[in-house]
Design a protein around this ligand. Structure first.
Ligand code: GP9
Ligand code: MN
Length: 669
C-alpha cells in the first residue's frame, strides 16, 4: 500500500493534503461510501430497519470485498479504480433511491429486464429528486482535484519513474508479494465482516428469509443495499442460468394434455350452463381479506356476533362454507396467484418473487382483453411480494399502493381497512366501466393488535390473548366491509357489480386450545385441517340473485373460472386449473381441492399425505358435515379409497409447477 510520493517545498502547502488523501485512498473510499450507504438508509427510512452495528459491519465488509483488489494496482491506477468504483456504486445506490421513492422497493435484475416497471417512473422523475440528494455527490468535489493532481504528477514523473523501475526489479517483486498478502488479508477481513452478522441473522430471526424471499427490503435489512444486489444477481443466476434445466417434450405434452382436459371441463359448461354469461358486462369488485378464516362467520361471543355484516350479507349472497385456501410459503401472494391466475403456488418461495417475468392467463388480463379496465388496490409498500412487478405482468392498468392513499387512519402495518375501502371506492367511481377492482385488505394481519380506538368487541375470556386480538381484528374488518357495501350502494355500483371476497390464508395461531374454547368443542385432525384451510368465499350477484349456502368443496383456484363463467368469457383455452363454482348445472361430481403438500378433499374424503413421505403413513379419512366443524363422523378409511385421488392431486401439482417454472403458458395456447 506504500506509495512513493515526492513533493517540493514549493508544492507543500496546497498539495500536502491531497497527497495525504491519496495515501489513504482505500480507507477514504470505504468511509465515504459508508456515509452514503447510511444516508440511503436514513432517507428510505423503513420502520424497524435502521442501520445498527451489524449493518455497519456488513456494509464495511461489502465495500472491502468490492474494493480489495485495487490494492494490487499502483497508486495512480488504484486511485482511478476507486474513483470509478465510487461513481458506479453511487449511481447504483442513487438509482435505488429514486426507484424506492416511487415503488418502495429496490431495483432487481427482473426489474431491469421488465421495461414497463422503470418507464412507469417516467414523468414523475422530477418529483422524486430532493436537494438532500446532493450529499451523494459531495465527495466528487474532492475527487476531481485529487484526480487532476494525480494526473499532473503522473505526467511529471513519467520519465523519472521509467528509469527508476528498470533498476529495481527485485524490489518490485517483493512489493508485489507484499501487496498480494495484504490484499488477501484485507479480503478475509471483509468477508468476515459480512459473514458474521449475516450468519447470525440467518440462524436467528431471518432463518427463512433466503428461502421465503418475501420482501426485498427484509433482505436489504440483513445484507445492506450493495449486498442485496449481489444476492439478487446470485438469485437470478441460480434460477435462470445455473439450473436452467429444460423441460422435456414429454413433460410439455403431459402438461398440455392435463390443462386441455381441464379446459374441456369448463367448455362443457360454457355451452350448456344457463349462468354462463348471465352477468355479462358487470363490474367485478373482488376483495382478498387478510388472514380471514371461515370459522368466525356466524359465531358470537357473549351474544355479540363477530361478523354481523357478513352474516347479514349471507342472506343476499352465495356462501361457500367448504371453500379452502390453497396457499404455501408465498402466503398472501399465493392466495392472489390462486385466485387471479388459477394456478398452484410453488413448494418453496413465491411465484410473485421467483417468476414474475413469466406469462400467465390472469383474470385482469383476460378481462382487459374483453373491454374492462383493471386496477389493484393495496395500501402497503408496492414492493412487498414484488407486487409492482407482478401486477404489471398480470396486466393491471393501475396498482394503487400506499403512496396513492391518504394515511388518515393508521392501523397495524399501514392504513386501516375502513379508510382503505372507502378511499378505494372513491377511486373506483372514477374508473371507466366495466372495471375489475381487486383489493387486498391488511388490518387483520398477524399479530392482530388494533389500536384501542378500533377495538369494538368484548372478547371475554380471550381478552389480552392473540386469539382475542384476532377476533377483534376480524370484527373490525367486518365493520369496514359493511361500510364499504353501503358506499358502493350509494355510488350506484352495488347492482352493477359482482362483489366477492375470500380469505387469503389462516391466522397462524398454532395453539388449538382457544379455537376449541371459542367453538365449544374438541377438534379432531380433520376438523383442525378444515379450520386451518377454511376461508370464507362469499359472492353477491346483482339483484341478490342465487343467494344461499353451497356446500360443494371449493378452493381459491376456482375464483377466476367462476367470475369468467358469470361474465360469459370462454376460458377453455386458458391455462387454468379451477372450474366454475356458480353454475345452474349441478356441482361437478368428484371435484378435488388439491393442497400444496399433496393433500386433497372431494367433500367425501380428506387425504393427508404423511409428513415423512412414506405412503403407508398417509391418512385417508371419510368425512361428513360442512364448514369448520361437523366432521365428527370422520373415520380413517382404507388407503386405497384415496389412492387414485392422491395420484391425480400430484398430477395437478406437477402440471402447474411445469407451467410456472418453465413459462409454458405461451406454449400451451
Ligand atoms: C402485505 C401483506 C401481507 O402487503 O399482503 O402479506 P402476508 O404476510 O400475509 O403474506
Ligand atoms: Mn396475508
Amino acid at each position: 500500500m506504500a506509495v512513493p510520493f515526492h513533493y517540493s517545498r514549493r508544492q507543500q502547502a496546497p498539495f500536502f493534503l491531497i497527497a495525504l488523501l491519496q495515501r489513504l485512498d482505500i480507507i477514504l473510499f470505504i468511509t465515504v461510501m459508508l456515509l452514503k450507504l447510511n444516508l440511503f438508509d436514513r432517507i428510505i427510512h423503513v420502520p424497524n430497519m435502521a442501520m445498527v452495528r451489524d449493518d455497519w459491519m456488513t456494509a464495511a465488509g461489502t465495500l472491502i470485498v468490492i474494493s480489495f483488489w485495487t490494492l494490487w494496482l499502483p497508486a495512480r491506477g488504484r486511485l482511478i479504480a476507486l474513483i470509478v468504483l465510487d461513481l458506479i456504486l453511487t449511481a447504483i445506490v442513487y438509482a435505488d433511491l429514486i426507484y424506492f421513492r416511487y415503488f418502495q422497493d429496490l431495483i432487481t435484475i427482473p426489474v431491469l429486464m421488465q421495461a414497463g416497471q422503470v418507464s412507469a417512473l417516467g414523468d414523475s422523475i422530477g418529483s422524486l429528486l430532493s436537494g438532500r440528494d446532493l450529499w451523494f455527490f459531495a465527495d466528487w468535489l474532492l475527487l476531481l482535484p485529487l484526480f487532476i493532481y494525480t494526473e499532473i504528477r503522473a505526467r511529471r514523473n513519467r520519465n523519472h519513474r521509467t528509469a527508476e523501475l528498470s533498476f529495481h526489479k527485485p524490489r518490485r517483486l517483493s512489493a508485489a508479494l507484499r501487496k498480494l498478502v495484504a490484499s488477501i488479508i484485507v479480503f478475509a477481513i471483509g468477508f468476515t465482516l459480512i459473514y458474521v452478522p449475516v450468519h447470525k441473522a440467518k440462524t436467528t430471526w431471518a432463518a427463512e428469509l433466503f428461502t421465503g424471499n418475501w420482501w426485498n427490503l427484509s433482505l436489504y435489512n440483513v445484507t445492506g443495499v450493495l449486498g442485496f444486489h449481489g444476492y439478487d444477481l446470485y438469485r437470478y443466476a441460480n434460477e435462470h442460468w445455473l439450473h436452467d434445466s429444460k423441460v422435456t417434450a414429454e413433460q410439455e405434452t403431459e402438461a398440455k394434455q392435463w390443462f386441455q382436459a381441464r379446459g374441456e371441463l369448463r367448455k362443457q359448461l360454457e355451452s350448456s350452463d344457463a349462468l354462463f354469461g348471465k352477468y355479462k358486462g358487470k363490474n367485478v369488485i373482488m376483495i382478498q381479506l387478510e388472514a380471514f378464516q371461515n370459522f368466525v362467520i356466524n359465531r358470537s361471543i357473549g351474544g355479540v356476533p363477530v361478523t354481523p355484516n357478513m352474516n347479514k350479507l349471507l342472506e343476499s349472497s352465495l356462501y361457500y362454507p367448504n371453500f379452502y385456501h390453497q396457499t404455501a410459503q408465498g402466503r398472501t401472494s399465493d392466495a392472489d396467484l390462486a385466485a387471479n391466475v388459477s394456478l398452484q403456488p410453488l413448494p418453496t418461495g413465491s411465484v410473485f418473487i421467483r417468476y414474475a417475468q413469466h406469462q400467465f392467463d390472469s383474470m385482469p388480463q383476460t378481462l382487459k382483453d374483453n373491454g374492462y379496465t383493471a386496477a389493484a388496490f393495496h395500501a402497503y409498500d408496492g414492493g412487498f411480494w414484488n407486487r409492482n412487478m407482478m401486477y404489471d405482468q398480470l396486466g393491471y392498468d393501475k396498482f394503487y399502493s400506499k403512496n396513492d392513499f391518504t394515511m388518515d387512519e393508521p392501523v397495524g402495518w399501514s392504513l386501516g381497512d375502513k379508510s382503505f375501502f372507502q378511499q378505494s371506492v372513491v377511486k373506483m367511481t372514477k374508473e371507466k366501466q366495466p372495471f375489475y377492482s381487486f383489493l387486498i385488505s391488511l388490518s387483520s394481519h398477524h399479530p392482530y393488535k388494533l389500536p384501542p380506538s378500533a377495538q369494538q368487541l368484548d372478547t371475554k375470556q380471550f381478552k389480552g390473548t392473540m386469539f382475542g386480538d384476532y377476533l377483534e381484528a376480524v370484527h373490525y374488518v367486518d365493520a369496514a366491509l359493511g361500510a364499504m357495501i353501503e358506499s358502493l350502494k350509494q355510488a350506484g355500483l352495488w347492482d352493477k357489480s359482482i362483489f366477492l371476497f375470500y380469505g387469503d390464508h389462516d391466522n397462524s395461531i398454532a395453539d388449538w386450545q382457544p379455537f376449541e374454547s371459542f367453538l365449544g368443542q374438541s377438534l379432531d385432525e380433520t376438523e383442525r385441517f378444515r379450520i386451518l384451510k377454511g376461508v370464507p368465499f362469499i359472492v353477491h350477484l346483482p339483484g341478490d340473485a342465487h343467494a344461499g349456502t353451497y356446500e360443494q368443496p371449493a378452493g381459491q383456484l376456482d375464483v377466476t373460472p367462476t367470475v369468467l363463467h358469470l361474465l360469459g368469457i370462454g376460458s377453455s383455452d386458458k391455462v387454468m386449473i379451477g372450474t366454475p363454482l356458480i353454475t345452474a348445472s349441478p356441482p361437478q361430481a368428484g371435484k378435488r381441492i388439491v393442497f400444496r403438500n399433496g393433500a386433497y378433499t372431494d367433500g367425501s374424503v380428506l387425504y393427508l399425505p404423511a409428513e415423512d413421505g412414506l405412503p403407508e403413513h398417509s391418512k385417508c379419512y371419510s368425512i361428513t358435515g360442512t364448514g369448520a366443524t361437523g366432521s365428527k363422523q370422520a373415520q380413517l378409511t382404507d388407503q386405497s379409497v384415496c389412492h387414485t385421488g392422491a395420484v391425480e392431486a400430484r398430477k395437478e401439482l406437477d402440471a402447474s409447477d411445469l407451467v410456472v417454472e418453465y413459462n409454458l403458458v405461451p406454449h400451451l395456447h
